[in-house]
Design a protein around this ligand. Structure first.
Ligand code: AMP
Length: 206
């Protein structure tokens, strides 16, 4: 099954996909992770866009995704997280004859998004992600030792939300037309959201 995990920044696309990939055994392809690893290369074409909270150019993103989707582990299906983010990217999948079975649309209030993104912190030693506003930190983990993604700073968050509303939200209509878009309320705790997504996918697989 070819699945798209759709929704605004902070909706939980990555966290939900991490659970689903373990249970359904489809590879989790996160466009943001591909971009962050590309941004580490010298003279790359993506870092400047990411830092400002803007989308990297479609052509660059499409080449990176095309390369990943053609790897053998994607033959039986995949979970695409953070792609497509523009109509041109959605059309690209169609032109490549990549059929999409389900688009999970994680619907979340803007207030909740800001709380999630501005509180998202990483332990630089383990890579573990925490949220200083929505969860209690485990014993031994100190807030001061955690780091923040540069694009989770307030001014960049505002830009990312603006970009989502202007460029990415229209992609919803694109998939509504082909009747593959399924809304899931992503305001509750992660566990409840994963339960809902699991149910949707199990019904789809029947
Ligand atoms: P994310 O981790 O999904 O929030 O993505 C981090 C950043 O990577 C975004 O703010 C964009 O700069 C870039 N990016 C991720 N996915 C895409 C995409 N589909 N198209 C263009 N840029 C993207």
């Amino acid at each position: 099954m070819n699945i798209i995990m759709f929704g605004p920044p902070g909706a939980g696309k990555g966290s939900v996909s991490a659970f689903i990939t373990k249970e359904f055994h489809y590879p989790h392809i996160a466009a943001g992770d591909i971009i962050r690893s590309e941004a580490k290369k010298p003279h790359n074409k993506v870092e400047a866009f990411m830092k400002k909270g803007e989308l990297v150019p479609d052509q660059v993103m499409m080449e990176l995704i095309e390369e990943r989707l053609h790897q053998p582990d994607c033959k039986k299906g995949f979970i695409l997280d953070g792609f497509p983010r523009t109509i041109a990217q959605a059309e690209f999948l169609e032109h490549q004859n990549i059929h999409i079975d389900t688009v999970i649309n994680l619907v979340v209030d803007e207030e909740e998004i800001i709380k999630r993104l501005s509180g998202r912190m990483m332990d630089p030693k383990t890579g573990e992600i925490y949220n200083i506003y929505t969860m209690k930190l485990p014993k031994g983990i100190k807030k001061e030792s955690l780091t923040q993604r540069p694009d989770d700073k307030p001014e960049v968050i505002r830009k990312r939300l603006q970009v989502y509303n202007e460029q990415t939200a229209p992609v919803m209509k694109y998939y509504q037309k082909s009747k593959v878009l399924i809304d899931v309320d992503a305001n509750p705790d992660l566990e409840k959201v994963v339960d809902q997504v699991r149910l949707v996918l199990k019904n789809k697989r029947k």
